[in-house]
Design a binder for this molecule. Structure first.
Ligand code: ADP
Length: 285
């Protein structure tokens, strides 16, 4: 379930370098986010613009056209520092239950970024039963995108708050359409890197339907793959109202419809991380 090694990255002015960083069979929650991380030295950086890499289950990074690199642990996205000391701005996109939540947690911890999730912002409005929240819920229940007039300003305002400006941000689940991407560009808001997690759909539905939240700790469980440690925890677990089989299928459909449109805006800074059939991840730029 998910992946418990952090993606490491940094940006230069002209290119992004990376090494893949996934452990695909790990549980949803990672008790030790620092475990299994191996940071490449600057001299080991690999430009992604012209290459793709396969991460095998023995955690050795191999490259189709070059010798194996001496990576003993789960590698990470890791890139050279920017010439200018500006806060990092990252976007991440992935289907429901693609491991995005786990990666967001690890990336924000590791790089000290502010995590801004469009879905979370919307759920706050829904819980507050605000006018926007009531309207948003109608769309969220159908697994459809909430209209731009609600989402765009909500996200923009959050991105412009002082903590996001000072620390940098990881924007999760936004933009999901070309119009949302265009709105950000119009506001002069542009990410350094766009990460797309690609997971085969076969097991995504199962992951979503079994997913539960502990409202007390914020920890995510899966009834089958990452069950709660005690009866007490089990009794207080909640399920997102849209984590049903019917709704996740709609959300997946919406995700696929929109992802291509968004990618065209960020094609020069996109990193795709896709699961392979040999228990690893294939990273390409
Ligand atoms: P998921 O990644 O599983 O779709 P999210 O929490 O990101 O879960 O989103 C939940 C719902 O919130 C979506 O199904 C959609 O209705 C709405 N939503 C989230 N992000 C956006 C967005 N950028 N634009 C419009 N609607 C959104």
């Amino acid at each position: 379930m998910g992946s418990n090694s952090c993606l490491n990255f940094a940006i230069t002015h002209h290119c992004v370098y990376l090494s893949p960083s996934f452990s695909p069979n790990s549980k949803l929650h990672n008790p030790n986010p620092n475990h299994n991380q191996f940071l490449l030295s600057r001299s080991s950086f690999i430009p992604i613009a012209t290459s793709s890499f396969a991460l095998h289950s023995n955690h050795t990074l191999s490259h189709p056209r070059s010798k194996k690199l001496p990576l003993r642990n789960a590698p990470n996205f890791y890139v050279a520092a920017s010439a200018k000391a500006v806060p990092l701005k990252v976007m991440i996109s992935g289907a429901p239950a693609s491991g995005k939540g786990t990666q967001c947690e690890l990336i924000t911890q590791k790089y000290g970024l502010v995590h801004i999730a469009a879905g979370d912002l919307l759920r706050v409005e829904v819980a507050a039963a605000s006018e926007n929240g009531k309207r948003a819920k109608e769309y969220m229940e159908k697994g459809e995108l909430v209209p731009d007039e609600i989402v765009v300003m909500m996200v923009k305002e959050r991105l412009l708050q002082p903590d996001s400006q000072e620390k940098g941000w990881l924007l999760d689940g936004y933009p999901r359409s070309s119009s949302q991407a265009a709105a950000l560009e119009d506001f002069g808001i542009h990410p350094d890197i766009f990460i797309l997690l690609e997971v085969p759909e076969d097991n995504l539905v199962e992951r979503v339907v079994g997913r539960r939240l502990d409202p007390l700790t914020g920890k995510i469980y899966h009834l089958k793959y990452s069950p709660p440690e005690s009866e007490e925890i089990a009794s207080r677990l909640t399920q997102r109202f849209d984590d049903t089989e019917e709704r996740v299928k709609l959300r997946l459909h919406t995700h696929h419809q929109n992802v291509e449109a968004v990618l065209s805006t960020y094609k020069d800074i996109t990193v795709k991380a896709g699961m392979t059939n040999f228990s690893g991840w294939l990273i390409s730029g």
